[in-house]
Design a protein around this ligand. Structure first.
Ligand SMILES: Nc1nc2c(ncn2[C@@H]2O[C@H](COP(=O)(O)OP(=O)(O)O)[C@@H](O)[C@H]2O)c(=O)[nH]1
Ligand SMILES: [Mg+2]
Length: 464
């Protein structure tokens, strides 16, 4: 699958990895090559342009990690953007709500509708769901035969009515039958054409009205590339699809459809057909697909680990320092500087379990960093080491020296004392580090810290 694209991208990355540092010029060269590779894979032009712009921006803003090379980091950037392009999260089949759930399968002739209907039924059987396949392509008797054979071979019930020319009525009867027999999901195979035409669309709309499907899935041949994308776009406009199933990804598809369809139509890809056999239907996971396209899953996880590692190290160092009872204004200042370097308190807190909510402290924004630094710099050595001695007249002097207000100085001292107190609750810090729940949750803690009230650690449950 997508070998050509994979080969080309790997070539770009190999070249980058050989270069120790990233410069605007080698990033630029790499972006040109990635762009060509994507265009060759028949990805939509506008999408390629946007994609490259985003990747370039990410590359220029890269934060260098110790244990991996910049080239490896770019692999990760491209990976993440590919995942995003394909929809980020997987989009599972929805069979909730009305009973039985109805799935309508639509698409052009030869895309793989009939085969995919049977594959879907086999997939649902794994979830213990009973299905009924409905032969809705009545124009060609061979199509009904095909579905019946697939049903017989795989022990899936098939509903057909060769004497009825009214497909919406057939679909309706099938749903009634399913209801009375306790069948969970009805899957309707429909007629395709070589081209989208009004007559076909009108029939599909009538079927939709008759049975109100939970899912309307377009089956599209991935080998058609951009043509598959425009087919999807048309079907979506006519029918409001709930998802796309890309077939024949086992063949010589170049990747264009898989990489463009989500962004162009807004419809998620739900499954990928990867062969002619009944089991050859995979749920579509953007992350796995990106990893297959790049063929560099190991580098992606290496970079992820390195990023986590460095942040964890910093967070732990900070924690260690904060835990000590000797924590004074000197430490506070140093921590402020370090936090600023690391992108603010939030960036540190978010790596502590539950810390992401604590990070919403409004008092720690960029501007107040500057003021805090100024205030602490205006304190003398004694005051920094022993903030208790800072009385009104000292406050006045500090405010004047730092160009801030008395109020701000008071605020900072209050915050510092609170933080000091908070940090002395070592058990609390440990709890935070271990991910154990806090009484009222981190948000409650954060608000207590903000208000300046004393924090009482959660009471231990007494065992009887
Ligand atoms: N290799 C491959 N062949 C497929 C896949 N899905 C369907 N086919 C084949 O494509 C052809 C057309 O499929 P069919 O279900 O009849 O398409 P329909 O006209 O849309 O109903 C058949 O020969 C299928 O076996 C797939 O994912 N991979
Ligand atoms: Mg068919």
């Amino acid at each position: 699958m997508f070998e050509n694209l994979t080969d080309k991208l790997q070539l770009v990355f190999r070249k980058l990895s050989g270069q120790g540092i990233l410069t605007e010029s080698n990033i630029s060269e790499a972006m040109d090559q990635i762009r060509d590779a994507l265009l060759d894979a028949d990805v939509n032009y506008t999408i390629v342009k946007e994609f490259i712009d985003e990747v370039r921006k990410d590359c220029l803003g890269i934060e260098v990690l110790k244990t991996v090379t910049p080239g490896q980091q770019i692999v990760k950037i491209v990976n993440d953007r590919l995942v995003e392009l394909m929809g980020k999260e997987a989009s599972p089949l929805d069979t909730t709500g009305a009973y039985p759930a109805v799935i309508m399968v639509v698409g052009l002739h030869g895309g793989g509708k009939t085969t995919t209907c049977a594959k879907l039924a086999a997939n649902l059987r794994k979830d213990n769901k009973k299905t009924l396949l409905v032969a809705g392509d009545i124009n060609r008797p061979a199509a009904i035969d095909q579905l019946e054979i697939l049903g017989r071979e795989n022990s899936i019930q098939v509903y057909s009515d060769r004497n009825n020319p009214n497909v919406p009525a057939i679909a309706k009867s099938a749903v009634e039958k399913a209801k009375s027999e306790g069948i969970d999901v009805v899957i309707i195979d429909t007629a395709g054409r070589l081209q989208i035409d009004q007559e076909m669309v009108a029939e599909l709309v009538r079927i939709r009205q008759a049975v109100n499907p939970k899912e309307i899935l377009l089956v599209a041949d991935a080998a058609l590339g951009q043509q598959a994308v425009s087919v999807a776009d048309h079907f979506h406009k006519a029918l409001t699809l709930t998802g796309v199933i890309l077939t024949k990804l086992d063949g010589d598809a170049r990747g264009g459809a898989a990489l463009s369809i989500r962004k162009v139509t807004g419809c998620p890809i739900k499954y990928a057909g990867v062969g002619e056999k009944i089991g050859d239907l995979d749920a579509f996971y953007p992350e796995r697909m990106a990893s297959r396209i790049l063929g560099m899953g190991d580098i992606v996880s290496l970079v992820e680990k390195a990023a986590e590692e460095i942040d964890r190290e910093e967070a732990e160092k900070l924690q260690e320092k904060l835990k000590t009872k000797s924590f004074d204004f000197n430490d506070f200042l140093q921590q402020l500087k370090q936090m600023k370097k690391m992108g603010g308190l939030e960036s540190v807190l978010k790596f502590l379990p539950g810390g992401s909510q604590l990070a919403n402290l409004p008092d720690f924004d960029e501007k107040s960093f500057v003021h805090m630094e100024a205030i602490i710099s205006s304190m003398n050595k004694k005051e920094r080491e022993n903030p208790d001695i800072i009385d009104f007249s000292r406050r006045k002097r500090i405010a004047k020296g730092s160009g801030t207000s008395l109020e701000e100085v008071g605020q900072l001292i209050k915050q510092f004392t609170m933080m000091q107190k908070f940090l002395k609750q070592t058990s609390l810090v440990n709890r935070l580090m271990s991910g154990a729940p806090l009484a009222g949750g981190p948000a409650a803690l954060a608000s207590r810290m903000r208000r300046g009230s004393n924090f009482t650690p959660p009471k231990k449950k007494r065992r009887k």
